[in-house]
Design a binder for this molecule. Sequence first.
Ligand code: TRP
Ligand code: SF4
Length: 327
Amino acid sequence: MSRVLSGTRPTGKLHLGHLLGALENYKKLQGQDAFFMIADLHALTTEYEHKTTIAQNVMEIVIDYLASGLEPDKCTMFVQSEVLEHANLALLFSMITPISWLERNPTYKDQINELRGKDLHTHGFLGYPVLQAADIAIYKAEKVPVGEDQLPHLELTREIIRRFHHLYEKDVFPEPVAVLTQVPKVLGLDGRKMSKSYKNGIYLADSAEEVTKKIKTQMVTDPARKRREDKGDPEKCPVFSYHKLFNKERVDGVADECRNALRGCVDCKMEMCGKLNQFLDPIRERRQSWMKKPKEIREILDQGAAKARSVARQTLTEASQAMGLLP
Ligand code: TRP
Ligand code: SF4
């Protein structure tokens, strides 16, 4: 059974994009030897000025994990900063990681450009992938369920691991591979990729009423279809992309009626919304019930951290020995 590790940065509540992109993947892998981490240190790399919200967001993410069907008996859930070995291995890795590898990382360049309002010219932000490499290597994880956007980080992880093995002539870590989900990127209400920063998300924490309202008032349809009599092109419509995900048995009919102007967009949205809410209802129920159990959640995280720590400590010892810090 191969070891699995992945993580989510606690920068806010999880939305449909996270659910279909990452969490469905986690759920499939949770019976294996799986570790799912809340990457609060990684959140600090961009949110270092907003320290008050991180701990709160950690709780939201754990609740979202549990609500979407991760089970504490089947996988290990923990908070990154509670397992100090991550930071320690990251420091060791930082000794052997050329700065040029970090500077040419496409995610780094994109983020610096995208988040212009923030000063991201910090040591910590440049070192983001070094910490991520440590997250993975400290568990000797072989499989990393992530979205495509994380592929450059996985490549860097492998490069750091190879360099480690080359320098110290000892193979300590397996080379991890990404496990990508089949689901295409989930569109947001405005038709762009769903993302917190675009404010176009549907959240696991949204009530059925909130979701209905968002879809009714904010979700865009085929922009060329202005009047009810106009024929539509479902492939240009975000609402239709949701029919494909949540109303599979009716997609052909919906597409046909849209192309022939046999259905109005309002009805079309409402049909989709009903299905979407049906899909989200069990998640909402579990969310509500976990929200009433903060003590149990704390216990899950304590046990998770204890288990993670015992694995991590062993690996750190091996890495320290390989590097000559320990006999
Ligand atoms: N960088 C990842 C993201 O933004 C989060 C993350 C941190 C992660 N450490 C990880 C993912 C280790 C996989 C493995 O989504
Ligand atoms: Fe989109 Fe449905 Fe309107 Fe067609 S009928 S444009 S699929 S909302």
